[in-house]
Ligand binder design. Structure first.
Ligand SMILES: *[C@@H]1O[C@H](CO)[C@@H](O)[C@H](O)[C@H]1NC(C)=O
Length: 208
């Protein structure tokens, strides 16, 4: 028994050291939750060191949300909007930030691309440097909720410099639905140009 207890303790300790909340998931094997980085084309989307931080996971930019610790369930059902940090933001500028899913309802057949999950304008550079965004909310944060059996969805954060003057708004049709959003026409209408930074994370339905 003494030996078994020692082995169990040894198995538990790294997990506790890594996350400090092991007791919340008594049913799970106690190993450290490891992140897998995106690769290939998916990693090329991550540019400019934009950080997307869910407090219980840390910066998930350019990674798959891990299945351990019910992270996929919690990101879909429990957690609020992430902190978004862009250390290189210019304090005297304003920014537009969006979170979109290009894989609605699935990457194989994205007929409702883009799904708008979050849209902020007039975000001061100082807030981005701190990672505490307020700005002006055009679309409230909606959690990533990939449907069952639809594979991995990309959740893309795109940050644009906001041109001075002129108020950015959604049109009446855009306000009715978050799906099938023409991101390109929005970007063009307000002359946002190319993102100054972008990143993404991938996740799928928690039972898949
Ligand atoms: C920040 O923006 C201001 C106003 O557009 C500009 O004059 C300044 O050069 C920018 N600073 C940096 C470090 O890019």
């Amino acid at each position: 028994m003494g030996l078994l207890a020692a082995v169990l303790l040894a198995a538990l300790l790294p997990g506790i050291a890594a996350r400090g909340a092991q007791a919340l998931w008594p049913d799970e094997p106690s190993h450290t939750c490891s992140f897998q980085s995106l690769s290939g084309k998916d990693s090329e989307f991550c540019r400019g060191n934009l950080e997307v931080i869910y407090p219980e996971l840390g910066d998930v930019g350019c990674t798959y949300i891990p299945s351990c610790h019910q992270s996929r369930w919690r990101i879909s059902r429990e957690w609020g909007s992430p902190r978004v940090r862009y250390p290189r933001a210019n304090k005297s500028k304003k920014y537009v930030l969006m979170l979109v899913d290009p894989d609605a309802p699935s990457r194989a057949n994205p007929r409702s691309r883009f799904w708008r999950h979050w849209l902020l304008t007039d975000v001061p550079g100082a807030e981005l440097r701190m990672g505490e965004l307020r700005g002006r909310v055009l679309t409230e944060y909606a959690r990533p909720t990939p449907p069952p059996r639809s594979g991995y969805h990309r959740y893309q954060l795109r940050l644009y410099e906001q041109p001075e003057g002129g108020r950015i708004r959604l049109g009446p049709e855009e306000r009715i639905s978050a799906g099938s959003w023409s991101l390109e026409s929005f970007v063009e209408r307000f002359q946002l140009g190319s993102p100054v930074a972008s990143t993404q994370f991938l996740t799928k339905h928690h039972e898949d």
